[in-house]
Design a protein around this ligand. Structure first.
Ligand code: NAD
Ligand code: MG
Length: 396
């Protein structure tokens, strides 16, 4: 591909979005921002539009879109401003778009990401919640449309890099025996258990190795992030749950590993900076500069590994059980988690009650077969209503 590629960045004002724009900026001869989108961060999106001059910008709703439109008009920009899910879907599947970075956080990313998949785009998948919710439907749509799915989550990007080519035919046939999914264990790995109850949102968001959005930072602290990634790995690599092991690795230098039947273990290493997987996805199968400095192994000095502690981190068990239960269990897990994390971030739920809320919703709700996206969205809504009810009763 020699011509300049058009890139839609869904969630361009977030942590992954900003890192993506940083990589794009290094390669003006290869990539152009086609559409940039935000939820409510009008000022940030305005500045990005002025800098990157995309064809489209999308805001969460029409009133915000109108505000951005007026600001841009005054600034002499000719970027067209769209609104809502409709706008997000439009900029994900337009014919001129070559690649879509799916970096909206949470279930809100599902419809635009699916639109990009169905339109057969190269999809750079950071929005793990979309895949966790729609697993089979998502992967079937990738196959049917011929979309190129490149994992951006650092672990899955690492696994992708360590996989044999053409692993889609089956892991065992290609000599893969296990996927070793690494995780740092988050900021509370060694905190005395009785102190977990009273940790604050700011403590939970202060991740030792990665700088990320607040929702995924809390997920890392509860290890629900690793749970969602476990489900993500099963779908991306057609792996049985028994073929994926979680390994705690506090330094976050190894981003994950693949073990082969001959005893070989391949690892991908690097500094913990999301621009590496982002550049890998954009450039694949070529390698392009990401702006990330070389790994200094002498400075790292030591790589540690531990088994995950499922008593401290029940979310990991809940995610594995949801994957095994199938049907809409992962949709419910994700929705209840999003509601519980939002309540924790708002100061309305203690940290250690996050898994309790999720487990209770999973116990009470009736699962159905996840036959299509509408069914998934209904299950998502039902689980949120139940979670909010539980949260209200806990606060009474
Ligand atoms: P973030 O909170 O920093 O950014 C989220 C982006 O999505 C923002 O641009 C925001 O405006 C937009 N957004 C939020 N809610 C929206 C809604 N309802 N409708 C439309 N847009 C909305 O999050 P992040 O850390 O960049 O993470 C984004 C996704 O990438 C998440 O799914 C996360 O799990 C995944 N991810 C992030 C990292 C990381 O290092 N940050 C690593 C791996 C995977
Ligand atoms: Mg990750």
């Amino acid at each position: 591909m020699n011509s300049i590629q058009n890139i839609t960045v869904l969630g361009s004002t977030g942590s992954i979005g900003v890192s993506t724009l940083d990589v794009l900026k290094r390669h003006p001869d290869r990539y152009r921002a086609f559409a940039l989108t935000a939820n409510t961060s009008l000022e940030t999106l305005f500045a990005q539009v002025i800098e990157f001059c995309p064809r489209y910008a999308v805001m969460r709703d029409e009133p915000l879109a109108e505000q951005l439109r007026n600001r841009l008009q005054q600034a002499g920009s000719d970027t067209e401003v769209l609104a809502g899910t409709e706008g997000l879907v439009a900029v994900s599947c337009q014919q001129e778009v070559d690649q879509v970075m799916a970096a909206i956080v949470g279930a809100a990313g599902l419809l635009p990401t699916m639109a990009a998949v169905r339109a057969g785009k190269r999809v750079l998948l950071a929005n793990k919640e979309a895949l966790v919710m729609s697993g089979q439907i998502f992967m079937t749509a990738v196959k049917q449309s011929g979309a190129e799915l490149l994992p951006i989550d650092s672990e899955h990007n690492a696994i992708f890099q360590c996989m044999p080519s053409d692993y889609a035919g089956g892991l065992a046939e290609k000599g893969v025996s296990r996927i070793l999914l690494t995780g740092s264990g988050g900021p509370f790995r060694d905190l005395p258990l009785d102190q977990l109850e009273s940790v604050t949102p700011d403590q939970a968001c202060a991740h030792p190795n990665w700088s990320m959005g607040r929702k995924i930072s809390v997920d890392s602290a509860t290890m629900m992030n690793k749970g969602l990634e476990f489900i993500e790995a099963c779908w991306l690599f057609s792996a049985n749950p028994e073929q994926v092991d979680v390994v705690v690795h506090p330094q976050s230098v190894i981003h994950s590993m693949v073990q082969y039947v001959d005893g070989s273990v391949l690892a991908q290493m690097g500094n913990p900076d999301m621009r590496t997987p982002i550049a890998y996805g954009l450039g694949w199968p070529q390698r392009v500069d990401s702006g990330v400095g070389p790994l200094d192994l002498i400075k790292v000095a030591q790589l540690d590994f531990q088994a995950p502690d499922e008593v401290r981190f029940p979310c990991l068990r809940l995610a594995r059980e949801a994957m095994q239960a199938g049907r809409t269990a992962s949709v419910v897990l994700n929705a209840a988690n999003e509601e519980a994390v939002a309540a924790f971030l708002d100061g309305n739920l203690s940290f250690s009650a996050i898994p309790t809320v999720i487990e209770q919703v999973l116990e009470r709700i009736t699962l159905v077969d996840a036959v299509d996206i509408d069914t998934i969205l209904r299950a998502d809504e039902e689980a949120r209503i139940m979670a909010r009810g539980l949260l209200r009763s806990l606060n009474r």
